[in-house]
Design a binder for this molecule. Sequence first.
Ligand code: ATP
Length: 292
Amino acid sequence: MSGYAVSVRDLTVRYGRTIAVDNVSFDLEPDGIYGLLGRNGSGKTSTLSVLASMRRPAAGSVLIDGVEPFENERIMAGVSLIRESGDVLTNEKIAASLSYYEQARPTWDAAFADELVDAFGLNRKKPISTFSRGQRSAFGAVIGLAGRAPLTMFDEVYLGMDAPSRYRFYDLLLADYAEHPRTIILSSHLISEIERLFSGVVIIDGGRLLLNEEVEDFRTRGATLTGPAAQVDAVTTGLRVVASRSLGPTKEVTVYGDLDGAALDAARAAGVAIGGVGVQDLFVHLTEKESR
Ligand SMILES: Nc1ncnc2c1ncn2[C@@H]1O[C@H](COP(=O)(O)OP(=O)(O)OP(=O)(O)O)[C@@H](O)[C@H]1O
């Protein structure tokens, strides 16, 4: 089974007078790993809750695999949202939740779930209520990975894990995704360590969409130019500058947009080093600007 396409159109989510998501539209291709990125309170969880049919939007719509997911049994069986809060049977041992999800999810792989429990070193003999925050997060990762849902969403579950567990999670996710491609959304405000996983990103800020782009496009649309200040200024004038900093006589400027090959060649000839723009850098610069 391959992953589901996702289409979000003019989505608005409200809590009373608070507008958590404000007229957001974006599309995700099937079988990509997408970062849903935004600062605290930007609307990530609200967006994911609508995709998981846990919340009805105030306006707009979502389509998953081309259809409206609400009360659609086929789609709901193929959509998994893993939240830090768990959604597991906390008074029971691991086995009870594993067998619950085995019943609920047609794509569940019980042998893989067992492997994952061992990989994260989780105790099968204790009730989940006795687990630490990181161990609960790791168990959420087990449920999300072993479910192999065609649309699998992780809402910041990895934040509670320590660094070795987080890296184990990323490696396991990539390895399993290579064998069983599906659409995966990872929401986070910590980006540097997971950006290597992404095939595309959706950046939201204050409930509004800032960017929905395939990561490959960053390579052609963004650049960091470093070199003598006068030369850097000469070639970046007129371009969209998202960040700029000076270190003595050297200046580093990050530009984003449709870059002109001739301008970049001229910069190189003038001794300016040109590098790519990371997702983390772009996120920080774009959301800083928006929040001012
Ligand atoms: N149940 C609720 N009642 C009222 N307001 C809410 C509720 N849930 C979220 N909000 C508000 O909606 C906005 C978006 O919240 P949301 O949880 O979607 O953001 P987030 O990007 O997931 O944040 P974080 O990274 O901090 O988890 C915030 O202003 C938040 O205060």
